[in-house]
Each structure stands twice: as C-alpha cells, then as structure tokens.
Design a protein around this ligand. Sequence first.
Ligand code: IMP
Ligand code: MG
Length: 180
Amino acid sequence: MSERPAGDIIVQQDELAAKVRELAAEISRDYSDVEGGVLLVAVLKGAMFFVADLMRSLDVRCEVDFMAVSSYGSATQSSGVVRILKDLDAPIEGRHVLIVEDVVDSGLTLQYLVRNLRARGPASLAVCTLLAKPAGRRDADEVKYTGFQIPDRFVVGYGLDFKERYRNLPYVVALDDLDG
Ligand code: IMP
Ligand code: MG
C-alpha cells in the first residue's frame, strides 16, 4: 500500500529545504544580539520536521521546547476552541520566544497560543509558520516569518497530516480526496 496520495504537489522537497535555510538565516540575523538567545516553541505534531530542520540551520544561540494542542473540530477544520495536551517544560518569562507552526489556516489556533504565551511574560513573542493560507492573514500580526503562502486547500506532508496519515511525505501535497 503506497502512502503517495492523489493530489497536486504544492511545495517540492528542494523548495522546502531552500526556504528553511532562508528563514533560518533571517532568524539568525534578527536574534543575534538578544539576551539568552531565541527559544523556539514548536507546536506538535505538525511542526516536528520544520523545527528540526530550521533549528539545524540556525547560527545563533537557541533552545527548543514543545507544546501540543488540540483544536476541537473536524479533521479538516479548526473550531478555535483549543485544549493544551502538553504544555512547555519551563517558564518563558523574560525569554525571546519564537512560536514555530506548520500552517496558519483560520489563525484561531495561533491566536489562542499567542494570547496564552503572552500572558506568561516573554521578553518578545513572534511566530514563524512554514505555510499560510489566505484566510489566516487577517489577525496574524505576530506572524513575522512565513515560508510559503499557499492556496486555500487541505495539504499534507512534511509533518502535516490528515487523520494522522501522510506526515512522512517529504513534500507538501494538496489532497484530492478528503473522504478517505
Ligand atoms: P487554524 O486554527 O485554522 O489556523 O488551524 C491550525 C491547525 O489546523 C494547524 O496547526 C494544523 O494542525 C491544522 N491544519 C490547518 N490546515 C491544515 C492543512 O491544510 N493540513 C493539515 N493540517 C491543517
Ligand atoms: Mg493537525
């Protein structure tokens, strides 16, 4: 049984690699002088490959921590009601925090995360997302780094799933069939 789903490839493997290096160079520049370096807060599970690749390309003091959240809703649509499944290991007060996300769709999950983390008193808070869909742009002020602006379609691969499948694909593909 092949895991290659039917659909258009939206971002190729080499484009992902090039963009990650580009973003890492920008982040390294922006955080080169900050006290304590940058703390990457990766949102599980979708951002797992992105944060691993991004962090390996950073040329600045950095640490990583993880959060897992689940947004109530269907498999393909977020409701904005978010539950924390795994919280950060350590406080972020006074730290320069960069949230690392796989995709901003409606922006509701991110909005919740930003509010939640801001209340903990970080020195600064910004967001780096690999993918952004058109709808998410409205209240996404904190999104300082965006890898790719993509069409309003459901995509999988490079960490992103459909019902936990397809995370292992090395590229990003828009699923033709959302019934499976
Ligand atoms: P939002 O709250 O609508 O911005 O959705 C955010 C979360 O929904 C992301 O962190 C993903 O986990 C998931 N999501 C949104 N769009 C997609 C997609 O196209 N493929 C896979 N997961 C998605
Ligand atoms: Mg997901």
